[in-house]
Design a protein around this ligand. Sequence first.
Ligand SMILES: Nc1ncnc2c1ncn2[C@@H]1O[C@H](COP(=O)(O)OP(=O)(O)OP(=O)(O)O)[C@@H](O)[C@H]1O
Ligand SMILES: [Mg+2]
Length: 513
Amino acid sequence: MEPYLKMVNVSKTFPGVRALRDVSLEVARGEVLALIGENGAGKSTLMKVLTGVYRPDNSPDTKIIIDGFEISIESPTHARSRGISIIYQELATVSNLTVAENIFLAREPLTKLGLIDHKTINRCSRELLDSLNMDINLKSLVGELSLGQQMMVEIAKAISYDAKILVMDEPTASLSYKETVTLMNLIRDMKAKGIGIIYISHRLEEIFEIADRVTILRDGVSVGTLPVAEATKEILVRKMVDRDLLDIFVKNESFTQSEVILKAENIRNIKRKNELGGVQLQNISFELRRGEILGFSGLVGSGRTETMELLFGMHPYKGDIYLSGKKLHMKSPRDAIDAGIGFATEDRKQLGLVLDMTVRENISLPSLESISNMQLVNKTKEREICKRHVDTLSIKTPSTEQATINLSGGNQQKVVLAKWLQLAPRVLIVDEPTRGIDIGAKAEVHSLLTELASKGVAIILVSSELSEILAMSDRIIVLREGAIAGEFTQQEATQDKIIACAFGSGEIIGKAV
Ligand SMILES: Nc1ncnc2c1ncn2[C@@H]1O[C@H](COP(=O)(O)OP(=O)(O)OP(=O)(O)O)[C@@H](O)[C@H]1O
Ligand SMILES: [Mg+2]
C-alpha cells in the first residue's frame, strides 16, 4: 500500500547549523512511526517542516507527498487543512476557556443571531470526547485540568480537524503513569481509526510498546528505519549515539551520615484567595544532610513541585526552614540563592532560562559576581567557564553566543543545569533534571549529580521516573496529596513499594512505562 505521507530528502539550515540533511520518512494510515535520536538530532525541526512552521531548504530533490499529491506546506493552518496536526510538548490550550471552547477555538459555530452557539459546541464536543472514551468535564476551564487531561483535549481537537497524521513530540514527558497508560490506549484507538502517528520520545520502552516502525536521526541525518519487531534497545542506542555509552548510572557507594544542612519543619503553603488549582501542603518535615541525595517521588499533583517552590522562597509559607541550623526568612528566590539554595526547575520556559539571551549569558549571569572584579566582568574567564560547561554537558550549540531559544529542548535543559553548577549552591534542588534529555546525556547528568554530592553538596532530586529515583537516591520521600506518605532508605526502596505508597490504596494501575 502506498504510504499516506512521504517526506523525501528534506534539508533545513539555520545560521551556523545544518539541522537536517536529506531526511526521508514515510507513514501509512493506522501506523505508528517512532522518531528517535539524541538531543539536537533534528526531530522537532523535521516535524516543524511537516507542520508548516518552517520551510525546508530549497532543493529540487525535496518532496512532501500526502495521499499521492505532492504539496508545499505553507503554514500550520495549511498543514491542518491537509490533515496534519501536531501536539507540542508545550501545550497550546487556552487556560481560561472551557474544554469545549478550546476544541472549537477560532471556528465557533454561530447561532442565527450571530452569537456563539454554545449548545452545538457542547453537543459536538461531548460526542467527540465520548468517541475517544475521554472522561473530561466539558465545562471545566482547561487551566484546572491536569497536564494529561489538557493533552487529551489537544488530541480531541486535532481529531476534530479530521487529522490523518498526528505528530506527538515527547507527549509523555510530563504525564503521570496513569495518564501515560491512557495515552497508549488512545494511540491504539487512533491507529484503529486509520490515523497515522509520528511519535517522538526519549523513552525507548514506549517505542517498543506502541510503535510499528522506527526512524533514527543522528546529527540531522537519517541513519535508518526498521520495524520495531526487529529492533532491540541495544540496536537503537547504537544507531542513535554511535559511541560507547556510559553504563546507565547506579549509585553504589552508600552515603555516610553527615551533618544536617537543610531542615524543613511543618512547612505548608499559604493559599491566596481565588487561587486556582495547586496542592495544599500539609506540614512537610524532613532533614537533608551534606552529600546526601534525597529523592522525592509521588504522582503528578502530589505536591512535589509546590514543596520545592517553598524551599526556594517562591511563595509565602508557614512552618520553618533551617539552613545549617540557622532559620531562614525567605521572601523571594533571591533570598534562597543568597542563603545557598539552588533550584533547577522542571519548567525551563518559565523560570529556568531567559530564552532570548545567549547560552553564555544564561550560564554566567546569575554568578557574575564571582567572576567580576569591581564591576568588571572578566570576559575571558567568563567564556572559559561557559565553554567548560558546554563541553562537560555536551551541550549542542554552534557557540556560546547562540540564543538559547535556538537550542533543542534537551540542550536547553542542560543549560539550566550548567547555570546552577556554576552557582555552586550548598543545597541543590533538581526538579525533573533529565526530562527530555537523551539517553547518553542522562547518564552524564546522573554522574554529575553524584559527583556534586561526593563534594558535599546536599541534593534534592524530584523525578517522575522511578528508575531514576531508585538508582540515584540515598533516601526517598514519597508525597501523596500534599503530605509525606512514606520514607524509604535506598536499601528498602523498590519500585512496587514506591508506587503503592504514591497511590495510597495499594492500587497499581497498568504497567508504568
Ligand atoms: N530556530 C533555530 N535556529 C537555529 N538553530 C536551530 C533552530 N531550531 C533548531 N535549531 C538547531 O537545530 C538542531 C536540531 O534541533 P531540534 O530541536 O530539531 O532537535 P531535537 O532532535 O528535537 O532535540 P531534543 O531531543 O533535544 O528535543 C539543533 O542543533 C538546534 O540547536
Ligand atoms: Mg525536540
